[in-house]
Structure formats: C-alpha cells, structure tokens
Design a protein around this ligand. Structure first.
Ligand SMILES: [Zn+2]
Length: 155
C-alpha cells in the first residue's frame, strides 16, 4: 500500500542532486514489509555511468542488502516514471509494485529523453535513435543451446 513517507524519501534523494550534481533530479526507495531496504539517487555524472539511474542504483543496493537478485515482494518508490531501462531492471528484479511521481512528459519538459525512448519502442524499434540489426545467429545460438542443455539456473 502506498505510503507518502517513502515517496518523500525518494524526493529527498532526488533533491540531493540539486546541490551535489551527481546526476539528474531522480531518487528512489525500495521497501519490503513496510521497511526501507535501499535508497538511492541518479549518479550518472558522478560515476561516468549512463546506467546509474536512481532505480538501478537502488536495485543494486537492495540486492546487496538482501543477498539476492530476486526482489519479489519489494515495492519501489521513484520520484519520476521509470525510463524503459529502469522499467526493465524493475521487471528483471521481480518487483511488482511501482509508485512514481513525475511523468515521462515531465522529464521531457526539463530536457530528459525518456519520452523519446518510449516513442522508439512504440514504433517497433525503428527510427533515428538507434540502428539495431541481427547478424551471425548461427554463431551465437550454440552457447544458448549449451546453457539450456546444462539446466542452469534461470532468473
Ligand atoms: Zn532510468
């Protein structure tokens, strides 16, 4: 169930970047059983890491805290609608509840590209954003087949 206190903590994380300049104004908190597991903010600039969005940073911290990549049962509070990368990370982590504040359009209004990425996906991965093409599947597929044959862990 949504609790404003956790959203306020996500906002507080986002606000840190108004003075620290570690990245954009995005903060995130991960909660399990009503208890905060991790809090983080965007650190793209500080770490020279384009993937260091608040949600990804919080997922990494929560996984380390709980000792598992599987964050089933956790809820994620984020100061803005997750971008497609973070949305995917949230799904990979098995988080099933997300509460967000600002919309993708709000992010676009201050110059961030979230909405453009959603448009690229909506248009079947076609457009000027990225050239995506498949090559040499016959060379890459055997590793998949060998992995499947070993019945290794899926996640
Ligand atoms: Zn993101």
């Amino acid at each position: 169930m949504y609790q404003r206190d956790f959203m306020q903590q996500a906002i507080d994380q986002a606000k840190m970047n108004l003075t620290t300049n570690e990245g954009g104004p995005f903060g995130c908190v991960i909660v399990k059983d009503g208890r905060e597991i991790a809090a983080a903010h965007n650190r793209v600039l500080a770490g020279h890491d384009a993937t260091a969005h608040g949600e990804v940073e919080a997922i990494r911290a929560a996984g380390a805290q709980l000792g598992t990549h599987d964050l089933s049962g956790c809820e994620l509070y984020t100061s803005a609608m997750p971008c497609p990368m973070c949305l995917s990370a949230i799904i990979w982590a098995n988080i099933q509840v997300v509460y967000y504040g600002n919309s993708a359009q709000d992010a676009a209004a201050i110059g961030f590209r979230d909405a453009a990425i959603y448009d690229f996906i909506d248009h079947g991965l076609q457009g000027d954003t990225l050239t995506l093409s498949q090559h040499d599947r016959e060379l890459t597929l055997p590793t998949f087949e060998a992995y499947a044959a070993q019945s290794k862990q899926l996640y």
